[in-house]
Design a protein around this ligand. Structure first.
Ligand code: PMP
Length: 435
């Protein structure tokens, strides 16, 4: 069994070599945005320097080459989540993907359905008295669009509670789901708790309780960077993730959908590239995925995202998938136990050894505001996230408004975690905490 040593990949990431405030950077903010390997930077630059042009419809050579790379990237990124290219819609990111689904259902609720698929879309479209079920742990991107959809359709949003240990209360989930549920939207891994939610179990609960009427929506932003994903096997109807969290560029993301679901969903954004025929009276729309890709797409970013997927695959091919997972598991353990062992630290959700987790942990320092913690860590070159991490309801549930979050990626070393823990111990004594 070869062991994965992050030293073998760190040279691939130019940014990891910078100094911050005169200290070598310790980057523990990969859950917000990951760093990009040279292969990704080169892929985008090379595309822009040699092939850049508008995709589809171009009569010239470059347009054909750009289209080939763009559609090839779709195939690669779809393969990354176990899907086929026709199941992958380009978006500008997870937020755009979730809005696409919410607005599409809103359009269906307003009677705007796809010819031949009226029944399917109406099945998921909420109306007065219907319910959209989310969890208490959602990022605002997987909450606010549903609140808006509910407000526009007369439906209401209900949330599956999170337990003290950061896991979902599945019994409560089972009793919240009913024949009134039109949507179940939840994250695979919360960006604050790091706990891996039981996707298949939740999908099964939704199917049982609703007779298959609820659309299941998975926010895979924080699982895609860490876990091998087979979205068709997980059984969700749609899922989203962002390029910039999986070693790729920002400005690009993907929406995966089961074929029958994408075929039935009406479009959200309207305009060029998503139609077959347009008259002054109306328009016919292309089948998916193009139906959901109005306007100019993030082409160079999509090509670079495919390079990120290829890079990740090359690393796992070289070291073995389990070796990389073991490395990240060791980081998770070191991070959580280091924090746990420090007096005056309160973890947000601590499911212990029983729960599957990714290397991401939010915490509070007794008596010190998260922003002050972040600033002092920054002085030591340690980059962490502070604030509510776009999850205000979850912070409220844990009785606070802000936390500090440290998160790792495959290039994170155990030494990074140790420098962070040492700097954090310094923060506590600086503020006279725990004396
Ligand atoms: N969901 C989760 C769980 C996230 O962590 C994030 C990014 N913080 C998002 C959604 C939104 O992603 P983006 O900003 O790339 O659209």
């Amino acid at each position: 069994e070869p062991r994965f040593d992050p030293a073998a990949v760190r040279d691939d990431f130019p940014l990891l070599g910078v100094e911050v405030n005169g200290e070598p950077l310790v980057y523990l903010d990969s859950a917000a945005t990951s760093q990009r390997p040279r292969a990704v930077l080169d892929a985008e630059r090379s595309f822009l320097e040699t092939v850049n042009s508008a995709v589809h419809r171009g009569a010239h050579t470059l347009a054909a080459e750009a289209t080939e790379l763009f559609e090839g990237a779709r195939e690669t990124v779809a393969g990354f989540v176990g899907a086929g290219p026709e199941q992958l819609v380009w978006t500008s990111g997870a937020t755009a993907g979730l809005n696409l689904v919410a607005y599409s259902l809103g359009n269906a609720a307003a009677g705007r359905t796809v010819p031949g698929h009226e029944e399917a879309a109406r099945r998921w479209a909420p109306g007065p008295g219907d319910e959209i079920v989310v969890t208490e742990a959602e990022h605002h991107a997987n909450l606010v669009p549903w609140l808006e959809l509910a407000a526009r359709t007369g439906a209401s949003v209900r949330a599956v509670p999170v337990r003290d240990d950061g896991t979902l209360d599945l019994e409560a989930a089972a009793s919240l789901l009913s024949t009134r549920t039109r949507v179940l939207a939840f994250s695979h891994v919360s960006n604050v708790l790091g706990v891996v939610n039981p996707v298949e179990q939740l999908v099964a609960l939704a199917r049982e309780a609703t007779g298959g009427r609820a659309l299941t929506v998975l926010d895979a932003c924080q699982s895609a960077p860490h876990l091998p994903l087979d979205l068709p096997a997980l059984g969700v109807d749609v899922a989203v993730f962002s390029g910039h969290k999986v070693l790729g560029p920002n400005g690009v993301g993907a929406l995966y959908g089961r074929a029958e679901v994408l075929e039935a969903l009406p479009p959200f954004l309207l305009g060029g590239s998503m139609i077959t025929t347009v008259t002054l009276e109306g328009a016919q729309y292309l089948p998916p995925p193009q139906r959901f890709e109005a306007g100019t797409q993030p082409v160079s970013q999509a090509v670079a995202l495919a390079a990120a997927v290829d890079y990740q695959r090359a690393v796992t091919d070289r070291f073995g998938a389990t070796a990389v997972l073991d490395h990240e598991r060791a980081l998770e353990h070191r991070l959580r136990h280091g924090l746990r062992g420090m007096p005056g630290i309160r973890l947000l959700g601590d499911a212990g050894e029983g729960a599957e987790r990714v290397a991401l942990q939010a915490f509070e320092v007794e008596g010190v505001h998260a922003h002050d913690v972040g600033q002092l860590l920054d002085a030591r070159g340690v980059a962490v996230r502070v604030g509510h991490h776009c999850a205000q309801p979850l912070h409220r549930r844990f009785g606070t408004t802000a936390s500090v979050r440290a998160s790792a990626a495959l290039y994170t070393t155990e030494a990074d975690v140790d420098v962070f823990l040492d700097a954090l111990a310094g923060v506590r004594s600086y503020f006279g905490v725990g004396r």
